[in-house]
Design a protein around this ligand. Structure first.
Ligand code: DNO
Length: 362
C-alpha cells in the first residue's frame, strides 16, 4: 500500500509540499492540475512543471485525479470524439511522467455535492462538509452552485470550475432525455476510445463513485452501488478499467457495505486506488463528514483496512476530506491537520493488520 495525499499545486493549495513530506508514512501525492477545464489537453509542459516540483520535494506522484470528462462525452454528443482524442493525448502525456493511475468520474454536471461546506460539529467545535437533501429541495441547482462558490474560503473546488457552470442551465436541460442506461452506453464508448492507449502506456483508469451515493436533481447517475460499479467493470474487460473506491462517497448510503465492496472488487483486481474517510449518518439522505477514527462516524475503518490488506494490498490510498480543526482556514475538506491525523491513523491500522496477519500465519 502506498499512502498518498491530495495536492492542488503551489498556486492553489494552502498546504505545502514540505508540510506533506513531514507527515509520517506519506510516499507521494494524488496530484491534480487544478486549473484545467474538462476536455482540455494536459500538456507536457504543464505536467512536467508540476512533477518537477513534487519530485524535488522527495515525493512521488503516481496517481492523478480529476482528469475531468467533458460533458459532451457523458451526453454522447457527436463532438465527443474530439474530446476523447484530447483525453488520449493527456493519458500519453501523464504516463511519460510516471503516472500509473488516473481518477475520473462520470457524474453528470456535478462532481461531489454538499449543502454546507462548514457545518459545526457541536461536540467539539470543529466543522466539516455536510449534506441534507431536505435543504436541497428548497434550493435549485444554481442556488447550490452559488452557495458553494461563495463559501470556499477563496479556493476553487473540484468539479466547480466557473467555465463549466456558466452554461449550467443549458447542460441540465440536455440531460432530460438521457437515461442511466444511455449514460452507461456513453461510458462504454469513452472506455473503448481510451482503453487501447491505457494498455499501451500501462495506465489504469479508476472511476470515482457518485457523491452522495444516489441520484440528485433528477440527473442520471450510475456509480453508487455494488451493482452499478459491477456494470461499469463489465463494460470493458481490461485490468486498466478499474475503480477508485471512495469510502465516504459510497458510505453516504448506509446500504453500501464498504468492506464487502472492497473485497469484491479487490479479488477481481479492479481496485485502482482508494479514498478513505468516515461519515456520520444523521437521517435519511442527511450526513456529515467525520474524523477518520471509526468511533467518530458510522464506517468501520478497521474492517476497511483489513479488506484492502487482504484483497488489494499494493494499491494507493489517501486520507480523504478532513474536518477543519485548530482554527485552520483552507480549501473545504482539504486542510492539513485533520487529513494528516487521518493518514497517521490509517497507517497505524495498516501496521496492526499487517503484523497480526504475519503472526496469524506463524
Ligand atoms: C472530492 C474528490 C473528487 C474526486 C473526483 C475524481 O473531494 O474525491 O473530486 O477526486 O470526483 O474525478
Amino acid at each position: 500500500m502506498k499512502m498518498t495525499f491530495r495536492w492542488y499545486g503551489s498556486e492553489s493549495d494552502s498546504v505545502t509540499l514540505n508540510q506533506i513530506r513531514q507527515i509520517p508514512g506519506i510516499s507521494g501525492l494524488m496530484g491534480v492540475l487544478n486549473d484545467k477545464a474538462a476536455g482540455e489537453v494536459w500538456s507536457e509542459r504543464e505536467i512536467s512543471a508540476y512533477m518537477n516540483e513534487v519530485h524535488s520535494a522527495g515525493l512521488e506522484c503516481e496517481v492523478i485525479e480529476s482528469v475531468n470528462v467533458h460533458e459532451d462525452i457523458k451526453l454522447g454528443l457527436p463532438s465527443r470524439d474530439q474530446y476523447i482524442e484530447n483525453y488520449r493525448v493527456t493519458i500519453r502525456n501523464l504516463s511519460k511522467y510516471g503516472v500509473k493511475v488516473i481518477v475520473y468520474n462520470f457524474m453528470p454536471v456535478f462532481d461531489w455535492l454538499r449543502t454546507d461546506l462548514a457545518r459545526e460539529i457541536p461536540e467539539d467545535g470543529s466543522n466539516s462538509l455536510y449534506f441534507d437533501e431536505a435543504e436541497l429541495r428548497d434550493l435549485g441547482p444554481l442556488d447550490i452552485v452559488r452557495n458553494t462558490m461563495e463559501n470556499t474560503n477563496g479556493f476553487s473546488l473540484p468539479g466547480w470550475e466557473p467555465e463549466r457552470l456558466e452554461e449550467l442551465e443549458a447542460t441540465l436541460a440536455r440531460y432530460h432525455s438521457v437515461s442511466p442506461d444511455d449514460l452507461l452506453k456513453n461510458l462504454k464508448y469513452f472506455l473503448e476510445g481510451i482503453m487501447p492507449v491505457c494498455g499501451e502506456c500501462g495506465v489504469i483508469m479508476a472511476c470515482h463513485p457518485d457523491d452522495p451515493a444516489w441520484p440528485i436533481f433528477g440527473l442520471p447517475r450510475i456509480a453508487h452501488s455494488r451493482e452499478g460499479l459491477d456494470k461499469i467493470i463489465r463494460l470493458h474487460d481490461s485490468t486498466c478499467n478499474r475503480l477508485c473506491l471512495c469510502a465516504g462517497s459510497l458510505g453516504s448510503n448506509p446500504a453500501n457495505d464498504i468492506p464487502a465492496m472492497i473485497r469484491h472488487f479487490g479479488k477481481m483486481n479492479r481496485v485502482g486506488c482508494l479514498h478513505i474517510r468516515n461519515i456520520k449518518h444523521l437521517g435519511h439522505h442527511r450526513f456529515r463528514e467525520a474524523a477518520h477514527l471509526s468511533c467518530a462516524g458510522d464506517l468501520d475503518l478497521f474492517e476497511i483496512i483489513k479488506a484492502v490488506h487482504d484483497t488489494c494490498p499494493d494499491t494507493y490510498i489517501r486520507p480523504d476530506h478532513g474536518r477543519m480543526i485548530w482554527g485552520e482556514i483552507g480549501r473545504p475538506g482539504y486542510g492539513l491537520y485533520d487529513r494528516a491525523l487521518g493518514a497517521a491513523y490509517l497507517n497505524g491500522l495498516w501496521e496492526a493488520v499487517s503484523k497480526s496477519r504475519t503472526t496469524d500465519a506463524t
